[in-house]
Design a binder for this molecule. Structure first.
Ligand code: SAH
Length: 276
């Protein structure tokens, strides 16, 4: 008893109590049901519902009240682990109406952009909103992503993805051409994934704070050359272009080695800083 009291006194005001509460699954919580690496399902919990899989169904009432990291048995006795979905898990499940940016590139884009909680970011094009969702995840709870997309029909998929990622409140979706205008000023970063980034550089310059970061993702070197030229001409410094190549590993005793097949190319990432 004394031990328990000590523990709760220790936890008071430390956020540990809150963290313990967040570890419990409530109705309406997102959970990732993990059978193996290929068979994972993200669902929102609802009382009295059943979730059907090829390995039997799961009673959601068995999930509610359980802990993240806990386990649940399907109707035919298969064990599923209940995980809390990370931004990486949501990204893997994103719906696609366009090509989306891969996590290996997003990691660099986020790092180069210098963004964090509270940052205000302009992004274009929204596409399926995969990159938008990750940017919003990092600027929340007090920042905002202003995301421009010329094709209105893509914004619907993006909105669905952002809602699923739980970050829709931190995004303003704009059906507008970023080459014509950027309506925000004094933003911390401008992030581009569209066919003609060099045409956006003058507007990006106007929208950015001094020292703010521009980051552009492009599949081809021709796009990179034009973009770097525009960056130099518009007063950006510290310009660098990189490519990230990711190899998955096969871990098996006595036969550990890179996977035979890999994604050979996604795109180049160019980043720079605004100066006066
Ligand atoms: N990064 C996105 C994918 C972007 S695909 C994701 O991860 O989901 C590129 C998008 O840029 C397309 O949807 C295209 O319609 C949009 N686009 C192209 N030119 C544009 C412009 N001038 N202004 C706004 N959006 C533009």
């Amino acid at each position: 008893m004394i031990e328990l009291e000590k523990k709760s006194a220790f936890m008071k005001g430390t956020g540990v109590g809150k963290a313990m509460d967040e570890a419990i699954i409530h109705e309406g919580s997102d959970v990732l049901l993990f059978l193996d690496r290929r068979r994972t399902y993200i669902i929102k919990t609802k009382k009295r519902e059943k979730f059907h899989t090829h390995k039997g169904f799961i009673q959601i009432d068995d999930v509610i009240g359980n802990r993240y990291g806990g386990r649940v048995l399907s109707s035919i006795g298969f064990e599923f682990v209940i995980l809390k979905p990370t931004i990486y898990d949501y990204l893997k499940k994103a719906r696609r109406s366009t090509q989306i940016v891969y996590s290996k590139d997003i990691a660099l884009i986020v790092t180069y952009s210098g963004i964090g909680p509270g940052s205000r970011v302009v992004e274009a094009g929204t596409g399926s909103g995969a990159l938008t969702g990750v940017l919003a995840h990092y600027v929340k709870p007090s920042g905002k992503v202003y995301s421009y997309e010329i094709r209105g029909e893509f914004l619907e998929t993006a909105r669905k993805n952002l809602k699923r990622f739980g970050v829709l409140n931190f995004v303003e979706l704009k059906n507008a051409d970023v080459i014509l205008d950027i309506f925000e000023a004094e933003v911390d970063a401008v992030i581009l994934d569209l066919a003609t980034p060099w045409l956006v550089v003058p507007n990006a310059y106007e929208a950015l704070k001094g020292s703010g970061c521009i980051v552009s993702f492009s599949p081809t070197i021709e796009q990179v050359v034009k973009t770097v030229k525009a960056l130099v001409e518009n007063g950006f410094v510290d310009i660098e272009t990189t490519e990230s190549i990711l190899r998955k590993m096969k871990i098996k005793e006595g036969a550990t080695r890179p996977e035979t097949l890999m994604r050979g190319h996604t795109g180049y990432i160019t980043h720079a800083r605004k100066t006066y």
